[in-house]
Design a protein around this ligand. Structure first.
Ligand SMILES: CC(C)(COP(=O)(O)OP(=O)(O)OC[C@H]1O[C@@H](n2cnc3c(N)ncnc32)[C@H](O)[C@@H]1OP(=O)(O)O)[C@@H](O)C(=O)NCCC(=O)NCCS
Length: 167
């Protein structure tokens, strides 16, 4: 298994992941293909987003891919926190392909993302999840998350917030 950057090579696999995901809101949103006429356009928009243009902070996105070239999971690493990320989104967002869940891949991609955070000199990494997302909370605890105060979003959603010391 390895982390790879989104590129033309992953176009078909990425599309299949999105198909399997179905109509619900894509997590992380940086992998949403809706609204882009071509994959090339999507890659350009991702590049702009990663370089911190517009409302975005600089970020890095990766697929977790197995030896057979199948995308198992996706991760978005935000290099800085805004007020919103401090309360809701955190530094790292991830998802696992629906057919590949409960096999340890979320725990693995978060661990790999933490290694990337070390290289980015982010010593304390914030990872959040909705209250009730037991799988994500366990994933964070598996990576030594220390729970901080929860935050209640404007729509009433309670967000659990965890710090991972990553030095
Ligand atoms: C949450 C999610 C990332 C978990 O991925 P996963 O690959 O199944 O997680 P893992 O296999 O690494 O499991 C981690 C732990 O959570 C447990 N777990 C996973 N899904 C669970 C569920 N639905 N209910 C209860 N426990 C769950 C696993 O048993 C494991 O427990 P253990 O460490 O005690 O053995 C995945 O369900 C997903 O992509 N959900 C939609 C997107 C999302 O919620 N992303 C996180 C945003 S904060």
């Amino acid at each position: 298994m390895r982390l790879v950057r989104p590129s033309l090579e992953w176009k078909e696999e990425h599309k299949q992941y999105v198909e399997e995901w179905g109509p619900s809101r894509m997590i992380p949103s940086s992998f949403n293909l809706t609204g882009h006429a071509t994959y090339e356009e999507y890659l350009q928009a991702l590049h702009d987003r990663e370089s911190g243009q517009g409302k975005w902070v600089p970020s890095s996105n990766y697929f977790l891919v197995n030896a057979g070239g199948r995308i198992l999971a996706m991760v978005d690493i935000r290099h800085e926190l805004t007020e919103h990320l401090l309360h809701v989104g955190g530094h790292i967002g991830y998802s696992v392909r629906p057919s590949e869940r409960r096999k340890g891949y979320a725990t693995r991609i978060l661990a790999e993302a933490l290694e990337k955070c070390k290289k980015l000199h982010i010593p304390r990494v914030l990872v959040t999840c909705d209250d009730g997302n037991v799988g994500s909370a366990k994933t964070i605890l598996n990576n030594d998350g220390i729970e901080d105060e929860s935050y209640t979003d404007i729509d009433g959603t309670v967000i659990r917030r965890f710090w991972i010391v990553n030095e």
